[in-house]
Design a protein. Structure first.
Length: 565
């Protein structure tokens, strides 16, 4: 990348050839933002009253930062949850709720139900005004990188990130790698960054793929939730989850050390959260707190606190009111001094009135058909089952690889699963469930039909109905009908190539301006055989440079690459 292009990305403005970028003194202070997102993690941390695992790095950030005691994701499974994180929009709004939309279950050969065999493969299609938070930050001058997962229910457009995948690991792409042409070589000196580190150590698959590795946590030391039978198998899987959490904490420590070594940590805001609850049965994929409630810790470096001061919550504080995962993208924009766009459903975590409610939804989980919606005020949780005729537990081959799940199925078949653990195996669901999550954190005592809680039930149902209406929730619309809305005629819409203007700057070269023909398109370009860069404004190139440009609206097929010489 040329120095001029680096300056363009740093300023996110139209830069004439030879014009210098603004000096740091003239630029607004924009802190670095890091999201450390752990797979399948409930708030099983010391900061939340559970010190079973040894997590010194998480403990330090919690002690010095802000702990959100009632943080909820918008769906209890990864892909649609990440859709909400990266857009600030509930997945129900854009046809992104079902898990997954882009590929069929790997166990398709085992399916005989015609309804399941007819499940389509498609991409979710956000409204045209919806843009990823990374794109909005790029336009404000941020360098952006995403390590690991990109399962947003739509394909990742070129230029959505400056660096992507495992190559974007901060320890291999930081400023020290830039001199040797590493993935961060396009980041200009002093340019603020938005970095997402997706950590997979606690993913549900690690409960079976690591079962031959020593446990760091004694199975006898774990608490067995009321919805499980107390068996050695259950205790072993719980101990494995805590052991894997210790590996996640070690990865967080390495990231913090790398940022400190490069002198970046003081100017960085670090968010630590789970993409949804624990990857164990009756947690992941379910709307109970075990699937929706996650840790959320926000830590601010000394430089951030010095520069932004009273605009931030105080250090070492706790927030008891509910917050939602759709609030993270607006918070990142607010830290950069940007307005939150109208399309986002979330609001910044601080600086405004607290939330009254957090909302969530679930749709198809691979081959399991089980639509439901949920609302919580931080204490009471109401779940509305849109398909009550279907059982809670359905055919789901990936989950069934877990040892606890296999044991639960075996006990149920043998008639030995009784009491509270048997509730999940009911053949028909109630239309409404209501729980007091403070008095009953495992959510095994349904209050929906208790006259003493009739007012709470009516209040939460009213809030849920208003949210579904405001977010254009399609409810239990058949997926084929949903696809007809997203892809008219069953064909994926295609993005039109970008419009371009080439201005001759004489001996200084050419100035290239690009604009979308399809509303909502993201545009990327590359020079000669270089890497793709997000387009944030007109740029200059020497005469004879090959410029490749591509437009891609989220959920659409990308336009063909346009070559300019």
């Amino acid at each position: 990348m040329t120095r001029l292009l680096a300056l363009l990305l740093a300023s996110a403005a139209t830069v004439a050839v030879g014009q210098e970028a603004p000096s740091p003194e003239d630029s607004p202070y924009r802190p670095n933002v890091v999201w450390f997102v752990a797979d399948d993690l409930s708030p099983i941390l010391a900061a939340y009253g559970d010190d079973t695992a040894d997590t010194p790095h998480l403990d330090r950030l919690a002690a010095e930062g802000v702990v959100y005691e009632r943080a909820y994701v918008v769906t209890p499974v990864c892909a649609p949850s990440r859709t909400a994180l990266v857009t600030g929009v509930h997945p129900t709004t854009m046809g992104a709720l079902h898990m997954r939309t882009q590929r069929r279950t790997s166990a398709l050969a085992e399916i005989t139900d015609p309804e399941l065999l007819a499940i389509p493969t498609y991409e979710a299609v956000p409204p045209p005004d919806v843009q990823p938070v990374s794109t909005l930050l790029q336009r404000a001058g941020y360098w952006t990188a995403n390590r690991g997962k990109e399962d947003y229910q739509f394909a990742t457009p070129e230029g959505m990130w400056h660096a992507r995948g495992e190559a974007a690991d901060w320890q291999t792409t930081a400023s020290g790698a830039a001199a040797s042409g590493g993935a961060a070589s396009g980041r200009a000196p002093g340019q603020p960054f938005f970095y997402v580190h997706n950590d997979t150590e606690t993913h549900e698959s690690q409960t079976w793929e690591r079962d031959d590795r020593p446990l760091a946590v004694d199975p006898e030391a774990v608490r067995v939730p009321a919805y499980y039978p107390d068996t050695p198998t259950v205790r072993r899987d719980l101990a494995r989850q805590y052991t894997n959490l210790e590996d996640t904490d070690a990865n967080l420590g390495r990231l913090l050390d790398a940022l400190a070594a490069e002198g970046e940590l003081d100017d960085t805001v670090v968010f630590v959260l789970g993409d949804h609850g624990d990857g164990l049965p009756r947690a992941k994929r379910d709307l109970y707190d075990s699937g929706l409630r996650v840790p959320l810790v926000v830590w601010m470096g000394a430089g951030v606190r010095q520069r932004l001061g009273g605009a931030l919550p105080e250090a070492a504080t706790r927030v008891a009111t509910p917050v939602s995962a759709v609030d993270l993208a607006p918070t990142a924009l607010a830290l950069a001094g940007l307005d939150v766009p109208a399309f986002m459903h979330g609001r910044p975590l601080w600086g405004g009135p607290p939330r009254a409610y957090a909302f969530a939804a679930k749709g198809r989980m691979d081959p399991a058909l089980n639509e439901a919606r949920a609302v919580t005020d931080g204490r009471y949780k109401l779940i509305l089952h849109l398909q009550p005729e279907r059982p809670f537990v359905q055919f789901l081959p990936y989950r069934d690889r877990n040892a606890t799940m296999r044991e639960l199925r075996a006990m149920h078949a043998a008639g030995t699963l009784r009491g509270e653990p048997a509730l999940w195996f009911r053949e028909r669901k109630p239309e409404v469930e209501l729980f007091d999550t403070h008095a009953d954190p495992d959510e095994v005592r349904d209050l929906a039909d208790d006259p003493a809680h009739a007012e709470t039930r009516a209040r939460l149902l009213g809030a849920l109905a208003a949210w579904m209406d405001a977010t254009r929730d399609p409810g239990a619309l058949p997926e084929a009908d949903l696809l007809a809305r997203l892809w008219p005629g069953g064909e994926q819409p295609r993005t039109a190539p970008p419009a371009l203007v080439v201005s001759d700057r004489g001996r200084l070269g050419l100035e290239i301006s690009l604009s979308p023909r399809t509303p909502g398109s993201l545009i990327a370009f590359r020079l000669d055989n270089g890497g793709w860069e997000p387009y944030t404004g007109p740029f200059a190139v020497p005469v004879g440079t090959a410029v490749h440009a591509r437009a891609h609206r989220l959920g659409y097929a990308p336009a063909d690459t346009h070559l300019i010489r």
